[in-house]
Design a protein around this ligand. Sequence first.
Ligand SMILES: *[C@@H]1O[C@H](CO)[C@@H](O)[C@H](O)[C@H]1NC(C)=O
Ligand SMILES: *[C@@H]1O[C@H](CO)[C@@H](O)[C@H](O)[C@H]1NC(C)=O
Ligand SMILES: *[C@@H]1O[C@H](CO)[C@@H](O)[C@H](O)[C@H]1NC(C)=O
Length: 685
Amino acid sequence: MSLPRLLLCLCLALPPPGQSLSLLPPDLLLSDGIRLFSRGDWPGARGRLQGALRSLAEVRGVKLRCGASCGLLGAPGRLEEAVLTRADCLRLCERLELGEPSLHRLTEETERGFQRGAPYNYLQIIHYKLEELDEAAAAAFTFYVRNPWHEQITQDVQRYRGMERVRAQSFRDLEEPSHRVLYSQAVSLLSEGKFGPAVSRLEESLSLALSALEECRTLCEGTRESENETHRDLSEVIAEYYVQVLQCKQRCVLEDSVRPGQKRAEEDIIESRLSLLQDGYARLGDWEAAAQIARCLLLFHPQNETMRERLQEYEGKLQDRSKPRESIISYVRRAVSEKRLLYYAMENLGISFHDRDSWTPEEVIPESLREKISMEKEAEGQNGGDLPYEEVTVTLTPKQMNGTSRVTLDGVMTEEECEDLLRLAQAAGGDGYKGRRSPNTPRERIQVLGVLRALQMASSGTVDPSHARLYYHASERSRVLAQSYFDTKTLHFSDTHLVCRSAIEGEQEERVDLSHPVHADNCVLDTEEKECWKEPPAYVHRDYSGILYLNDDFQGGDLFFTELDGTTVTAELRPRCGRLVLFSAGGENAYGVRAVTRGRGYAIVLWFTESAEHAEQERSQAKILMGESDSNKENTEKDAAEGGRETTRSGRETTRSGRETSATGEETSGRRQKKRASRKFEDEL
Ligand SMILES: *[C@@H]1O[C@H](CO)[C@@H](O)[C@H](O)[C@H]1NC(C)=O
Ligand SMILES: *[C@@H]1O[C@H](CO)[C@@H](O)[C@H](O)[C@H]1NC(C)=O
Ligand SMILES: *[C@@H]1O[C@H](CO)[C@@H](O)[C@H](O)[C@H]1NC(C)=O
């Protein structure tokens, strides 16, 4: 039990806030910052947390410098010797600059915490408490782009956006690498036709991106705790470790190409820059440079005909044949040789390797693995983005649903939550649950409840407030799922209905009509022409739709998709509590609902738009009502303190704690908070 004592001593040894902290280990500063945070010592916590970020940057800087000055592995001589010499050199170098290495070694979990930007979640609250609103907004935004499904931070960022005193330029990612800033600038310059400045930014962005990759790769070689004592054989130990380092290096290209706020890489960090550069140089009439870049791109895709033709075109205007750049040649060559090793290890040592590059030449992949890998790639394409909630699973992929941009998810709500929402619908409908006759069929009644209405009814005491809040959170959860599965821009609500369809007794014989006729959500379906016209009266700005089912104890009410003829059914689905069907809102997803012939079917129907101008007003009012009901400072604090933990576990918890908040309300004493904060801190580290 010497570790806790050691930590305690170190905590006591920390200098008072204000003094230079940057040479203390990042994890220690982080945990001390969280301790001060939970005591409400805002300036102290701010100093520690900012110090943690600085210290982390410094430790990385030292590692990079040491890595560079200790030379590369693979120097002439025997491998074992090279390895030992380098290890010795690194240790000495880091010790000289940082002190005892054990102090600066982060656990994987802490490392992940830093990657998720956890300190920024604390900092935003601290800045807010200290009335540093611009800094608060920037910190909140920085955390938000790394955790876009975090409901609390999403709300907080919105709240800052609503504050007049916060400047618009404060909403920026404090950790955005400069190659990305330059790249975005270049993209907009290109679109304005300013090719000269665009090209110079792209060149700079390309070279910064290459060095960022290099840094990331160097850090992969960092010393790591040995996790497994069972491997005794020297070559086995070396192989295992070397494979880990290679896997890490291959991931670098991915990590940097995923924009924060998105789940998947949309582009290759190097290819994307090259391809814009080629365009830019061609526009500028610089055929030599354009040809050179085209040759670089052909290194990635030697078979691409379009690219070959372009190259011929450029070279036709030149005297000599061009050559690709050295930097790109060596980049590709090295990547390919690492992939070869990893595939070898995959085939013979049974390690797993997930090659994310789309350009890997087929001959690099061992024949015995090709089929398996191509199947995995296909499945991945079908699986959409990663889902932010652990309990939610993809039950039917677009392919299984015989279409595109449609998916069925299960586990979005628990049985208990479904029941609470049924209670909400019943309470809102009053006794007897009359509803009006459905406009679509005279043999059903339909009742519709909006989110805002539900929250208003909660304020006036007609319905249980926790049920109304759950409705809000359920719709938010669905929005986040649509956004992450389809990997879209931010989705906004266009409308939300809690719908109940009930069969009218005695009017169900020989029924042939539908509960909802076949239609598409953002276009007018023309089954004769097999077209879908994107024009009014359709809601043309709706981009995605969702149906979240709450029960299945009724007859009929199945959802079905058809082709544009409105009759050829391609997929049919049975409702079920917690099942969310998401689909793009165009003609590719014409759908209808079968007649409900007995009982009542409940579902939340949602429409989303990518266009902020078409976001519904009601939602913002609902958000305000939601905000008011938990506006007391204590709760905000509590939510924030739990914030980090929620994301690590699951987004779902936010709803739970939201509900808890309204149930326990003001009881949240300072003491309990402290306990929560420190529990969180233990969880985190
Ligand atoms: C340690 O090695 C054993 C045997 O090879 C393996 O089963 C186990 O999963 C390893 N543990 C870790 C943490 O890597
Ligand atoms: C070939 O390159 C062009 C230009 O970069 C690109 O638009 C196209 O998608 C590529 N084709 C294939 C089959 O990769
Ligand atoms: C997709 O089509 C197949 C073959 O027609 C059918 O068996 C399957 O049930 C369809 N999928 C769904 C979700 O209805």
